[in-house]
Design a protein around this ligand. Structure first.
Ligand code: ZN
Length: 453
């Protein structure tokens, strides 16, 4: 019996020894609407695609870009002992002839009621990008004066507007909405936060604006210039010029509660001592994330990085909150809740990057870091500088982007795309435990630099 297994093992090994594996495109006979696509995979023997030699990385990984013509495109992948044919169809796409959306004003203002939790109030009528002014609670009434595309225009001040998606509201049956009154506010002392409670007679649209000074605005308020109440919080004074490290604002009934984290006084020899840091290993369970050239799954790579980072941060005295420690599925909402419930000061989401059709995986390398709130940018910059100088990864830029986990966490929140899964050079790094350890140490070093000042 043993001999038989050994024999089967050898046969399998034998057939693998001269094989190539394709991880992208995921299957044959696909439709791809782009000027080009790529074959990504690995081979341990010379490989050609339509007669052209495919450069192989020492790990066997490759990424090979092929142009696409409209219609059907045939690719022959050939090694000494294996031949596969892929057919990829580029569809004929008709130009959309929809007229451009125009603003149509209402004859009289209409009142709508918010029907969903955390409905985004946007500065422009586009359902994407960095245009959120606030997240509005269910049952809040909005005064609107017109519509455009899928949005109603919300009246905020004299010449000030916002936009609410039609999917987030329903017409208010009374079509009546008095201005709200602000009867006053109070300051509550708390160990970790400056807490301000604003008493309103009904919930109104608001905006929290990070800046010097940090300010809060309530719209549709009676007796205020342009019906807008503005308060510049003495946050910069009370923070004594220390960094803003997280804040939140939400309604509790008709009271609005604003919390701003108090400055954290750190021990200069152990700057991370007792700092609560949430580590979020992207994807997990049934959600694999991207796939690397050698078939490695992003969820496993992210978790491995996250665990090295956990060890490194705990060594330095930090209190680490893991959004997952195993290969299980955790929703984006739960990841946010775990971090907020644990009152994380820093939230680090760890991912590995992918690319769409039309891009060249061989020309994209290194680390990209995303932040949403301006308060998180200085931390993103320090992490980038440190991983570039200590680990030597290419700098693929710090950018602002609206991503759910970094938008909804109350911490200094960033998302790190360590490197590209389908760039053969980057892929070799991503799957190398020494690289992972070194990178985790660099992140921990950068957090120490950030907190020691
Ligand atoms: Zn990812």
């Amino acid at each position: 019996m043993k001999k038989l297994f050994l024999l089967i093992g050898l046969v399998l090994l034998g057939s693998q020894a001269f094989a190539f594996d394709i991880v992208y495109p995921k299957k044959n006979d696909v439709i791809i609407n782009a000027k080009s696509t790529f074959f990504v995979g690995s081979s341990d023997t010379p490989l050609t695609i339509n007669g052209q030699d495919v450069p192989l990385h020492p790990t066997g990984a490759f990424a090979y870009v092929v142009p696409l013509n409209t219609g059907s495109n045939t690719f022959v992948l050939q090694s000494a002992e294996q031949r596969e044919i892929f057919v990829i169809t580029k569809p004929v796409v008709k130009q959309s002839s929809l007229p451009p959306a125009v603003f149509s004003p209402f004859r009289a203002n209409k009142i709508f009621t918010v029907t969903t939790d955390d409905a985004p109030l946007r500065s422009i009528p586009i359902d994407a990008g960095i245009n959120r002014m606030a997240h509005l609670p269910r049952d809040l009434k909005l005064i609107t004066d017109g519509e455009k595309a899928g949005f109603y225009r919300v009246v905020l001040g004299k010449d000030k507007h916002g936009w609410i998606s039609k999917t987030n509201v329903r017409p208010d049956t009374s079509n009546n909405c008095d201005l709200s009154e602000l009867s006053g506010y109070e300051y509550l002392d708390d160990e970790d936060y400056f807490i301000f409670v604003f008493h309103l007679t009904r919930k109104v649209p608001f905006e929290m604006i990070e800046g010097k000074p940090f300010s809060i605005k309530f719209y549709n308020i009676k007796g205020q210039p342009e019906n807008t109440f503005v308060m510049n919080l003495p946050v910069n004074d009370i923070l004594s010029d220390r960094k803003l490290m997280g804040y939140s604002g939400e309604y509790n009934g008709n009271d609005f509660i604003l919390k701003v984290r108090k400055p954290i006084i750190t021990n200069s020899r152990r700057p991370l001592h007792n700092i609560r840091i949430a580590i979020d290993a992207g994807h997990g369970g049934e959600e694999a994330g991207g796939i690397g050239c050698l078939g490695d799954k992003e969820k496993d790579i992210n978790l491995s990085f996250a665990k090295y980072l956990e060890t490194e941060l705990k060594k330095r005295g930090a209190r680490v909150i893991m959004t997952r420690s195993d290969d299980n599925y955790v929703s984006l909402k739960d990841r946010v809740e775990i971090a907020n419930y644990g009152d994380a000061v820093v939230f680090l989401s760890i991912h590995a990057n992918a690319l769409p059709d039309g891009a060249d995986p061989n020309k994209n390398r290194g680390t990209s870091i995303y932040y949403y709130y301006p308060q998180s940018k200085p931390l993103a910059d320090i992490i980038m500088d440190t991983v570039v100088s200590e680990v030597g990864v290419p700098n693929d830029k710090v950018r602002q982007r609206s991503l759910a986990v970094i938008r909804n966490t109350n911490a200094l929140s960033i998302l790190i795309e360590v490197s590209y899964l389908i760039n053969p050079e980057d892929n070799a790094n991503l799957i190398n435990p020494e690289f992972q350890k070194h990178y985790a140490k660099a992140i921990a070093d950068s957090l120490e630099k950030y907190f020691e000042k």
